[in-house]
Design a protein around this ligand. Sequence first.
Ligand SMILES: Cc1cc2nc3c(=O)[nH]c(=O)nc-3n(C[C@H](O)[C@H](O)[C@H](O)COP(=O)(O)OP(=O)(O)OC[C@H]3O[C@@H](n4cnc5c(N)ncnc54)[C@H](O)[C@@H]3O)c2cc1C
Length: 440
Amino acid sequence: MSVKTEPIRIMNTPSSTQAIEHCDVAVIGGGPGGAALATFLARAGHRCIIFERDKFPRYHIGESLIPHTFGIFGRLGLLPLLRASAFPVKHSVRFVSHNGKESTPFYFSETIPGDRARTWQVERSQFDQMMLNHARQNGVGVCERTGIDKVIFDGPRAVGVQTVAADGTRAEVRAKVVVDASGRACVIGNQLGLRSPLPELRKASAWGYFQGAKRLPGIDAGETTMFLIPGGGWFWFIPLPDDIVSVGIVADPEYVFSESDDMEAAFTRETARCAPLADRLSAATRIGPVRGSRHLAYLNRQTCGEGWVMIGDARAFLDPIYSSGLYLALGSAELAAQCIDDSLKHNDPSAARLGAFEPALWKGVDVVRRLIHAFYDPNFSFPKFAERFPEHRAALIDCLIGDVIKDLSAFTAALEEMTPPPPPLGSNLSASPVPQLVAV
Ligand SMILES: Cc1cc2nc3c(=O)[nH]c(=O)nc-3n(C[C@H](O)[C@H](O)[C@H](O)COP(=O)(O)OP(=O)(O)OC[C@H]3O[C@@H](n4cnc5c(N)ncnc54)[C@H](O)[C@@H]3O)c2cc1C
C-alpha cells in the first residue's frame, strides 16, 4: 500500500531536485558505515540513496580510529582529505595505572611499516560530514532530515523503505536491497525484534569534553591515553582539534552509578577521583554536556535476510576498549558492498548471497570480544601473555590494530590457556530493548 502519492525529492544541487520512487540500494543512515558502503556501490554503478534522519554536521561519539582503517580509506579515496585535515595524528596508545605508573607507549610503527602506522583522532561531526560529502561526490543520492520509519516487506523479502520527513510527511521508496546502517537505532533489529543486550558485557559509559587539558609533546601529542581505575574500569583521553580532549569512563553500571543515578555527578566525581587523569585536566574547563549510556553492548540475533543486510553498529556493539567500532563499521560496509554488488549482478537478493561475508566478519568480531573479556579479567595481563607466548605477540598486535578478519585460531587457543573463553557469541540473549545514549 502506498503511503503518499507524491514521491520524495532528492536535492541534486541547491537549485535542482529529483523525484525518487525506486533505487538499487536504500541505505538507512549516513554515518561512516552507510557513507562508505554507498560510495563503494555507487562506484560499481549502482543507484544508491542514503536516508539520514539528521542534518549534518551533527554530534556523534566514537573519535579514535585504529590503523587498520588505512587501507579502507585508501580504497575510498579519503586519504588526501584526512591528511589535509586538522585531526590529530595518532601514532600510539599508552596505559596509565590508577597509581600513575605509565606503560611505554605502544607505537604502531613497531609492527607496521610506513604511512600505515598512523591513524587519526577525529571530531565526528566533521569526519562524518566529510564522508557523507565524499559519498555525494561519488554519485550517491543523500536525503538528509529524512528518517526511516520502517522497512517495507513483501512476505519475508525487504522491498523498500518508508521515509518520514522533518515535517512528518511519509513516502515510500522501493529498493532491490535495503541496508541498515542506522547505528544504535537498529531500525531493522527493532522492527523485527532481533536486538538484544549482551549480558556478558555489562558496561556503562559517561563522557564529556575539556578545553585546555595538558597535552603530551611531539609524536605523543595525538596518542590515546587509557587511565585504568580500580575494579576493572578505565578512562579514555583522546586529543581532538582546537585544544579539546574527549574524556570518558567505561565501567560496570553499579560502579559508575554507585552514589547517585546522575550521569554528570558520576562523571565529575570519577574524573576527580582518578589522580593521573585529574592532573591532566587540572587547568582545563569542561565544555558542553556530559553524555552517556547505561548499557553499551548489544547484538542482533539475525543480521541479514532476503533483500536486507545490517552493517556497523546496526549489527552489534561490544565495548569501546579497542576503538574497533569505526573499523568494524567501515570493514563491514566494504565487505557487504562486495556481496550486494554480486547480488545485484546476479539478480539474487537471497540472504545467502547478501550475507556471504558474515562468517568471516563474525569470526573477527569474536576475536575482538575475546580480547575484551581478557582485558576485564583481573587475572589476565597482556604483557604476561606476550611473555608466555612470544610466538603470538605479532597476532596480538594485529588484533590491537584491527587486523582481525583472518584466521587467528592459534592465537585464540593460546589466549584460552590464560583466560577462560566467554560464552559462545549469541548465547544468553533476551529480546528486551536496549537503552539509547542520553545527554544530561
Ligand atoms: C561510549 C562510546 C565510545 C566509543 N568510542 C569509539 C572510539 O574511540 N573509536 C571507534 O572506532 N568507535 C568508538 N565507538 C563506536 C562508534 O561510535 C561506532 O561504532 C560508529 O559510530 C558506528 O558507525 P555506524 O556508521 O555504524 O553508525 P553511526 O555512526 O551511529 O551512524 C548511524 C547514522 O544513522 C542515522 N539514523 C539513525 N536512525 C535513523 C533512521 N531511523 N532513519 C535514518 N537515519 C537514521 C543516525 O542519525 C546516524 O547518522 C564508541 C561508542 C561508544 C558508545
